[in-house]
Structure formats: structure tokens, C-alpha cells
Design a protein around this ligand. Structure first.
Ligand SMILES: *Cc1c(COP(=O)(O)O)cnc(C)c1O
Length: 395
């Protein structure tokens, strides 16, 4: 077993060797511009991006023409939200989202609010889920867009997107879904789930950073987006800029690998996650699971350790890469907006740790991490640390 151990796969994932292999020719001899129509360099690049488009579409039950390549899920979220609201301004000026969304969604909504758009931020239940009934109640004559994520990046909870999609289509409202965390971990079918736009990020599915995609529905109903980046009219005018050919090839390959491995990988991750959870529960008291266990990504475990500072624990877990649910600002340790929205008490939110298991984690690593967490939590509890200690631990 090699140290350090990476268990922060919600933040990013390592590039799969198969993905890297697929990308290399496009960084070397096949360096053409996919928009060059007059020679073989351009044709090869274009052929590669079109194959990637098929691979991305294949993972979500879409057609290749519905895939728009972007720089990542942040851009996809911005394009979907701002692009729809601007394009359909004559239809209405109301958006429905949720309090636990990723900042890429929340800040896009806030930018629209500054321009006079009204946004309803739905609450979540104690276990972190949006209620489809709340979505229905929030819809008005003026609602143009519902933007609700599939799986949460902190607590791994999976929202009832099929129900939300059904309601959206019944009411004639567009439905955008940020699936950066869900893709490759749960089966996604944009038809069955009634999704009109879906945000994808390559680096969350063992592809490279700085590339992603937005699925944009072409029929029943067709979505017309106003671009946020203008230029040469690439990507059917929705996203100008020379295509990141090696990145797009990597995204495509990452999707193809995920499609092939999803069923086994899902079981494997769930096994590792449950092994970790059961080991910790067997040896530690006052543990709290944040978020629904049932409606949850297989590789996510977000726990609060009562009477332990998340940041002290992070410091004590040397050689293990995980995240805490709190961010030390200059003035205080702020609990995450997601845990706060779930009604998790401030001290428990501050004591939370997110374990994000991924494709390359092993049982041996899980056992090592479990042993280390148990030992360190017991030690820290004996010392009974305070927030001041968390800050002075140098993190
Ligand atoms: C990582 C992530 C994003 C941002 O994706 P980038 O490709 O890094 O811009 C957006 N939404 C969710 C849910 C994420 O997990």
C-alpha cells in the first residue's frame, strides 16, 4: 500500500490510464484544429471530437447532436441557467433551485437575481433531499427553469430527479440537472428522467480537468440557449472557442469506460464504503451520518464526530486525503452551507469529514484509514479540542 492515500474523489479523480492513452495522440501528432475543414489534421481532430460526442451521449441516453462541449461543469451550469433564462425572458422570469446546490448553480442564480429574476431556493429535508412536492408547489406561471442537482458533492445524497423531471415536463418548465457527481456512479437516462439540460465534468469521472459538457435537449421540447461565450460559432453557436481536442477525447473515453464499468464499480464502491462505515461504527461512539444512507452515492461517507474538530482530525489524518465540512475563514470556522441547510448543529457540522471513495481505492486502504480515524478520534476526544486549537493546528 502506497502513502498518501487519496480518498477525496468528490473533489477530483485521478486520470484513468486508459483515458490518458486515448488523449496522447491528440497532444502529439494529431494536434489539428477540429474546425479546420481543408486538411487531414483538421479532419482527424474533428473525427475524434465526434466520437467523443457519441461516447458522452451514450452514457446518458442522449444523441450526439445534443452534447455541447464546455470547460467543465461550472461553465455548463452557467450556460444552462443564464442561457435558458435569457433566451426565454419573454416566457417568464422565475427560477426554482435548492439551497444545497453547488456554488456554480447558486452563484449563477444570484447573478440572475441582480438582474431582476426571481429565484426560489427550496429547502431540503434533514437527510439532505429535495422534496418533489415542494418543486410542484413552487411553480408559477412565470417559472421558466428548475435547476436541481442529481447528487450532492458534500453528502452524496441523490435527489428524486425523475419525479422532478416529470413535474417539470407536465408544467412546461425546463429542467436542468447538475450531474457532475452522479455521472458514472448511478445510471442516467435523460429521456426516462425528463431532463432537458445536464451538466457533466470530466475530472469527476477519471478524465482530465478543464473539460466538460452540457447536454441540451433537441426535441420534446427543444431547448434554445443564448450563449454566454460569443465568437466563431462553434458547438452550434452555443459555445464558441477552439475545441479542447485532447480534453474532449479524454472526456469521451472516460464516459466509455464508465459505461462499461458502472455496474461492477458501483457494487465495489458500495462494498468499500460499507466496510469503512461498519469499521468506524464498531469502534467509535457519537458518530453521525450526514445525509440519507438509502439515497446516496455508493462512494460517499460524510460523518460528524461529536466533540472533535473536523480540522483537527484532518490534521491528525496524516497521509490521508479527505475533506472537512467546514472552512476556516479568517474570523471563524464556518460550517458548510449544505450541512447548515440540513439542520445539522453547528458543532457537529464543524466536526464533519467527507470520505470520497473512488475507482482506485482498495480494501487495504479502507482498513488503514479506518484504523487511523479510530485512533485519532479517540486521542482528540481525550484532549477535548476547541475551535481555537483547530485554527492553531496550522491549517
Ligand atoms: C465539481 C462540481 C462542479 C464543478 O465542476 P468543474 O468541472 O470543476 O467546473 C459543479 N457541480 C458539482 C456538483 C460538482 O461536484
Amino acid at each position: 500500500m502506497k502513502l498518501p492515500i487519496y480518498m477525496d474523489n468528490h473533489a477530483t479523480t485521478p486520470v484513468d490510464p486508459r483515458v490518458l492513452e486515448a488523449m496522447l495522440p491528440y497532444l502529439r501528432e494529431d494536434f489539428g484544429n477540429a474546425a479546420s475543414r481543408s486538411h487531414v489534421f483538421g479532419w482527424r481532430a474533428e473525427e475524434a471530437t465526434e466520437m467523443a460526442r457519441e461516447q458522452v451521449a451514450g452514457l446518458i441516453g442522449a444523441s450526439a447532436k445534443e452534447i455541447v462541449f464546455t470547460s467543465g461543469a461550472t461553465e455548463s451550469d452557467n450556460l444552462a441557467i443564464k442561457g435558458t433564462v435569457e433566451s426565454y425572458a419573454s416566457k417568464g422570469d422565475h427560477v426554482i433551485s435548492a439551497v444545497t446546490e453547488h456554488p456554480a448553480v447558486l452563484d449563477s442564480c444570484r447573478a440572475l437575481e441582480r438582474k431582476g429574476v426571481r429565484v426560489s431556493y427550496l429547502p431540503v429535508s434533514r437527510d439532505g433531499l429535495v422534496d418533489a412536492g415542494d418543486v410542484r408547489k413552487a411553480i408559477t406561471e412565470k417559472t421558466v427553469l428548475i435547476t436541481i442537482m442529481m447528487a450532492n458533492n458534500e453528502v452524496g445524497t441523490i435527489n428524486p430527479v425523475t419525479e422532478i423531471g416529470q413535474i417539470a415536463h407536465e408544467k412546461g418548465v425546463f429542467f436542468h440537472c447538475d450531474a457532475a457527481q452522479a455521472l458514472g456512479k448511478v445510471p442516467i437516462d435523460v429521456e426516462a428522467m425528463h431532463i432537458d439540460m445536464l451538466s457533466i465534468s470530466a475530472h469527476k469521472i477519471y478524465g482530465p480537468k478543464g473539460v466538460g459538457a452540457l447536454y441540451v435537449r433537441r426535441k420534446n421540447p427543444r431547448v434554445r440557449l443564448t450563449p454566454i461565450i460569443d465568437g466563431g460559432g462553434h458547438e452550434r453557436g452555443m459555445r464558441s472557442g477552439t475545441l479542447n481536442v485532447p480534453g474532449i477525447v479524454g472526456l469521451g473515453k472516460a464516459c466509455a469506460v464508465s459505461l462499461q464499468e458502472l455496474p461492477d464499480e458501483r457494487k465495489g464502491l458500495l462494498g468499500l464504503r460499507e466496510r469503512l462505515r461498519q469499521r468506524l461504527w464498531a469502534d467509535l461512539e457519537d458518530l453521525h451520518l450526514n445525509g440519507s444512507l438509502e439515497h446516496r452515492l455508493p462512494g460517499n461517507l460524510n460523518l460528524s464526530f461529536a466533540n472533535v474538530q473536523g480540522d483537527s482530525l484532518l490534521g491528525a489524518l496524516k497521509d490521508v486525503a479527505v475533506s472537512s465540512g467546514a472552512a476556516c475563514t479568517s474570523a471563524s470556522v464556518e460550517p458548510s452551507h449544505v450541512l447548515r441547510a440540513m439542520g445539522v448543529q453547528t458543532d457537529l457540522a464543524r466536526s464533519s469529514i467527507r470520505f470520497g471513495l473512488g475507482r482506485f481505492n482498495t480494501e487495504e486502504e479502507v482498513d488503514h484509514v479506518a484504523d487511523l480515524v479510530i485512533k485519532q478520534v479517540k486521542q482528540l476526544r481525550a484532549l477535548s479540542p476547541s475551535c481555537e486549537m483547530a485554527k492553531s493546528s496550522g491549517r
